[in-house]
Design a protein around this ligand. Structure first.
Ligand SMILES: Nc1ncnc2c1ncn2[C@@H]1O[C@H](COP(=O)(O)OP(=O)(O)O)[C@@H](O)[C@H]1O
Ligand SMILES: [Mg+2]
Length: 250
């Protein structure tokens, strides 16, 4: 999950997809690469990550394996490599672009799917995620339709292209996911849809995630909407998205 814009639904999408896949019986690994650590908070792991000194910092900078840095969660089938705020202090320039890819390759036998939640600002951390997605994975770019949707999306796609070229890796498959879509169409929403359709016609999910206060309500209890309100509209949307993702990944 990536977008150089914040507040677009990256973490919401990461935690909801993790739950839907896990409910389907898949073994899920969620890697939190955002120092804001919201995905980590959804699993109540922030304090343990800090007290045990075990987080995505160790995975990326300390040569730790996934096995060493992942926590079991209270949800069966979901393991999480948590993040902590100190990730922001690490020198990104020292980070090798394929560290995460190699660590995930090594853990491939342990999981059916890995979901990586990126920070909107930490570029090289996102490069690690793009490199990891290049081998048969997918980059999901959640967007909220507003006048800055083009910049965030274009920056993200350009960054993905340049890192793939530089590392001579295939460009990962990528799809734009519209989040916070109002129940009724509005003029601004229609204008945004036209822009996206013109610029990125073949790279959008059919599924969109509708806006609902249930998403926010659930997050006060750190519960993803698919778990807290399974019959709500966004929960239904996230289950449809999970199907579409699996279909696209073959
Ligand atoms: N479908 C939705 N409907 C309503 N609010 C949403 C929806 N998706 C996300 N939000 C809210 O938008 C805010 C930003 O979402 P988040 O997933 O944290 O974004 P990001 O990870 O991109 O910064 C959160 O407060 C979240 O609860
Ligand atoms: Mg986030």
């Amino acid at each position: 999950m990536t977008n150089y814009k914040g507040g677009v639904g990256k973490t919401t999408t990461a935690v909801n997809l993790a739950h839907v896949f896990a409910d389907e019986g898949m073994k899920v690994l969620l890697v939190d690469l955002d120092p804001q650590a919201s995905a980590t908070d959804f699993f109540g792991l922030y304090n343990s990550a800090q007290s045990e000194g075990c987080s995505s910092i160790d995975l990326l900078y300390g040569h730790a394996s996934i096995e060493d840095s992942a926590f079991r969660t209270t949800y069966p089938n979901i393991d999480v490599v948590p993040s902590i705020i100190e990730l922001v202090d690490q020198n990104e320039l020292l980070l090798h672009e394929q560290t995460l890819k190699f660590a995930l390759d090594d853990a491939a036998g342990d999981y059916d799917v890995a979901i990586i939640d990126c920070s909107p600002v930490m570029k090289r951390l996102a490069f690690n995620a793009y490199a990891a997605a290049s081998a048969g994975g997918m980059v999901i770019i959640p967007v909220k339709l507003d006048s800055s949707v083009m910049r965030g999306t274009a920056l993200t796609v350009n960054a993905m292209r340049s890192i793939s070229d530089a590392l001579r890796l295939p460009m990962p498959k990528w799809r734009i996911l519209r989040t916070c879509v109002p129940g009724r169409s509005t003029r601004s929403e229609d204008a945004g849809t036209t822009v996206l359709d013109n610029y990125f016609p073949g790279n959008q999910f059919k599924t969109v995630i509708h806006a609902s206060t249930k998403v926010c309500e659930g997050s006060w209890r750190w519960k993803p909407v698919v778990d807290a309100f399974p019959t709500s509209r966004p929960a239904v949307d996230y289950r449809a998205l999970a199907k579409e993702v699996l279909h696209e990944l073959g």
